[in-house]
Design a protein around this ligand. Structure first.
Ligand SMILES: *[C@@H]1O[C@H](CO)[C@@H](O)[C@H](O)[C@H]1NC(C)=O
Ligand SMILES: *[C@@H]1O[C@H](CO)[C@@H](O)[C@H](O)[C@H]1NC(C)=O
Ligand SMILES: *[C@@H]1O[C@H](CO)[C@@H](O)[C@H](O)[C@H]1NC(C)=O
Length: 355
């Protein structure tokens, strides 16, 4: 919603070729919450037996249709009251054809809960883009985390799929998926007051309005499209969390990033610099008023410099400004943020020093 103006500009740039296309709105995919159930005759217990049984979706492999309170092998699956979801077991895939704007960027947000598999992961794709999403760590007490992923549409009509590549002894083991939403993203771009792209984090994946937990951004490498435009997430299995001002204290604007995974995760961006020239990286460190108190430290690196920014959190929200001045040693400088604890860095701006 914050990106409304920019999204419109993006569609205008795409121009005549895209004019007749009805592009998806920023919201749930058709039957993205699985509230439209398959016909009972196409289920064996919870297992979906027909590839076209779930309205708007195509499935393959061991897919189950789960309603809240259903119990399987002594385990109550955590589907919230009155809701329905799918569980992706061995080699399961759900896919849907999306009407999109060619060459536009999209982020997908969806809820996932682990069940019984050891190292649960999902493969998201919209060919030729694909990404592996580790869902090993549970970040919320409900067991449901919201994840994001991004792709660039190659055509006006593209397939989007979620696949569980697992091969567990119990073929049903695998994550439960619900609430799949899409949002158009502007391409990474510069604003005139900063050399960083999306330094204020105002562009990012869809956050469900009723979730207080934000949305997790998994590892994103250089060659992939990021749900947090401009930013890479370097990690093995860990994530950063994208949060909104509606549910968190945010220094300025509507969004911020919580560095929830300590030194196992770094958030970074490459900036074009002129070797020998001085730059100033400024940013805010604070807490999102999520009740965590204690001493937080954010490390920021650029060029050959590092700054460690301590922040005393009382868990009630607040922030302070920090600056890292550095001299570029190469044409491209990596700006990196990392934390040792639970904290938040936000509004980065790299400017040449006018001194
Ligand atoms: C339904 O599943 C049960 C248990 O896996 C199996 O024994 C049965 O043959 C299945 N029924 C049909 C109609 O596929
Ligand atoms: C885009 O999709 C249309 C219809 O499915 C197809 O005819 C066309 O070849 C596709 N274009 C590309 C570049 O893949
Ligand atoms: C910077 O780029 C220029 C032109 O592309 C190249 O000649 C030069 O070697 C590069 N310098 C460094 C430090 O990478």
């Amino acid at each position: 919603m914050v990106n409304g103006t920019r999204c419109v500009a993006l569609f205008l740039l795409v121009g005549v070729a895209a004019r007749l296309v009805f592009a998806v709105n920023d919201d749930l995919l058709p039957n993205g919450d699985f509230e439209q159930a398959p016909d009972r005759s196409k289920l064996n217990g919870t297992r979906v037996m027909d590839p076209h049984a779930i309205p708007h979706w195509e499935i393959s492999g061991f897919v189950e249709f789960i309603e809240s309170g259903q119990q399987l092998e002594d385990m109550i699956l955590p589907v919230p009251k009155g809701e329905r979801a799918v569980r992706l077991g061995n080699d399961a895939t759900i896919k849907q054809k999306l009407s999109v704007t060619r060459h536009a960027y999209y982020s997908i947000s969806f809820g996932a809960a682990r069940t019984c598999a050891q190292a649960e992961k999902l493969i998201l794709s919209s060919p030729p883009d694909s990404g592996i999403l580790p869902i090993q760590t549970v970040y919320t007490s409900s067991g449901w985390d919201t994840y994001s992923w991004a792709f660039k549409a190659k055509n006006t009509s593209v397939w989007f799929s979620i696949h569980n590549p697992g091969h567990e002894d119990d073929p049903a083991c695998g994550p439960i998926i619900d609430h799949i939403a899409i949002k158009a993203l502007p391409p990474p771009h510069h604003t005139k007051d900063s050399m960083l792209r999306n330094g204020n984090f105002e562009d990012g994946p869809y956050i469900f309005p009723n979730t207080p937990y934000g949305v997790l951004v998994p590892p994103v490498l250089e060659d992939a499209h990021s749900p947090l435009p401009g930013w890479m997430i370097m990690a093995d299995t860990k994530v950063v969390k994208y949060v909104d001002a509606k549910h968190h204290a945010v220094p300025k604007g509507n969004h911020a990033v919580e560095l929830v995974a300590g030194l196992e995760c770094a958030m970074l961006q490459e900036v074009h610099t002129v070797p020998g020239r001085s730059y100033r990286l400024s940013f805010s460190v604070g807490d999102g008023a999520t009740g965590c108190d204690g001493r937080l430290v954010v490390d920021a690196y650029a060029g050959r410099e590092i700054v460690k920014v301590p922040y005393e959190s009382r868990g009630t929200g607040g922030h302070k400004r920090a600056v890292l001045e550095f001299v570029a040693v190469a044409n491209v400088t990596r700006v990196v943020f990392q934390s040792n604890n639970h904290h938040e860095a936000r509004r980065h701006a790299v400017r040449p020093c006018h001194r």
